[in-house]
Design a protein around this ligand. Sequence first.
Ligand code: AMP
Length: 630
Amino acid sequence: MSSYEAFHRRSIEDRDAFWTEQAMLVDWHRPFDRVCNYDNPPFARWFEGGQTNLCHNAVDRHLSVRGDQNALIFVSTETNAERVYSFRELHLEVQRMAAVLLAQGVKKGDRVLIYMPMIPEAAFAMLACARIGAIHCVVFGGFASHALASRIEDATPVAIVSADAGSRNGKVVPYKPLLDEAIRLSSHKPSSVVMVDRGLEPFVSLPGRDHDYTALREQHLNAQVPCEWLDATDISYTIYTSGTTGKPKGVQRDTGGYAVALAASMKHIFMGEPGETYFSTSDIGWVVGHSYIVYGPLIAGMATIMYEGLPVRPDAGIWWQLVEKYKVSVMFSAPTAVRVLKKHDAAYLQKYDLSSLKALFLAGEPLDEPTATWIADAIGVPIIDNYWQTESGWPILTIANGIEKKRSVFGSPGIPMYGYNVKLLHEATGEELTGADERGVVVVEGPTPPGFMQTVWKDDARFINTYWKSVPGKMVYSTFDWGIRDKNGYYFILGRTDDVINVAGHRLGTREIEESISSHPRIAEVAVVGVADALKGQVAMAFAVVKDAATLGDAAARLALEGEIMKRVDEQLGAVARPARVHFVSLLPKTRSGKMLRRAIQAVCEGRDPGDLTTMDDPSALQQIRDLLA
Ligand code: AMP
């Protein structure tokens, strides 16, 4: 047995001893009494009895050893700003933000919604929440008012921290009007909105509700806000993600398990050392931003780069210039970003001294072989694919070079990580597939490891019903991904089993997009599917039936309606969810019982065989789509 196999086996078979050792990577205010309480499956309660604090582990505990070392490096190529905070400065800023939130009436267990661009105050707000035991709920800044409203409604935040605007490709993207509209749409109203004014876009303040962060911060310059010691099982945050239904789910995470999971992953998987610099190009609105922009690197005593801007502006060398300047040792990005870089000359990347870089980790969507090979050749460091989900909080499949150096197999994210008892199940029978190269659903046998989601916020039943299945003697968590495992134990991910699509690494529910399109007064019915795209991995494609076909008119009228629909999706959900095309059809392919045949539509769009269509009601529906695309 290889040393990694032994490590993995121990994490499953001698679970408590294994995780007790890992737990020593973080500071505990009070030691835990029980490593894993799995008395009530599928709910795994990690490190019960223990008390700790994420902010303490990310910031305070480093002050004595590395107070003057870099902690947070902010670079914006949008506003040409660059600011570096040492751990000591970060500690001050987090306490100021924490004091501001406390003064706004935020208490332990209250939710604080963070709707912000990639600016340091966003990280201060997250850490400040962790510090005082408030639950943060970061909503991706690219989401628009309807998407934001449904999250406000579900999270019922006491306070919202936001900013006047973000910026993309040199263009100001106002946030405040979207936030105001979202609050108007939501039945829940936060009592306080704290606005970081970047001076990018004038905005209207609502007296009594809206407050200027700069002014509030001035009142708390010398704030001393101690960390609130939290139970390991107390909630640290929720983050919304898409699934089969239109309503996003609040993925709820604990405190102690998450701290341990991140600290362990920084050591065994990412191999980041204290004092080094970590650069994740994600956004705080996604789980990667939570785990590997904010918490993971800081817990490990590393500096973390927070970057606002595009990978190719001012030119395709910008990220690599930062690698040289800040001696980045670990980098984390998404295949889509690499495919964007790939359109440019590799010389842009090679202009800089990349000798500090030990590895580039890529996740969020399938990493295709040509993209992996191109970037490996361009930068000359190991490229490490890793597969995980918002739900898991840290990698499920990858390689753990900190335990044993393994080769990367391009096209495969790797092997199951310690703590994850990964299996493949037959889709129909639910039986475990033990042979090589068999296709099944990727599942994780409970208990899920530390750091994994605790439940769906306020909805244990939804957590169980959505994700868990009982198979004789145990419960398994479904990832909703198809996979196969080769004879060497490497997994290959073949796409989602549900109606989730992955556009440029952004996870979107087709149902949410359909709901937005259907809200257009002229639309009777719509189907949205994900279609393979060379750059973005997938794009959303919509097929809509208008209420009165006679009004559809000529090509210009169709184009105008398509534009209106796209605008509506932009306004309601955000440009990330905008379909690449909206095609108009007179009917949609359905089964005789009325179920939409999304998979058949998708197959036709991708030029594949749609498979068995014996249950289809009217074959001309699919033919219409074929004709349209031809
Ligand atoms: P998210 O919750 O946004 O992180 O999206 C999770 C989904 O993205 C997974 O269920 C997969 O479908 C996909 N995914 C993430 N990482 C990878 C990867 N390395 N390879 C293939 N698919 C991935």
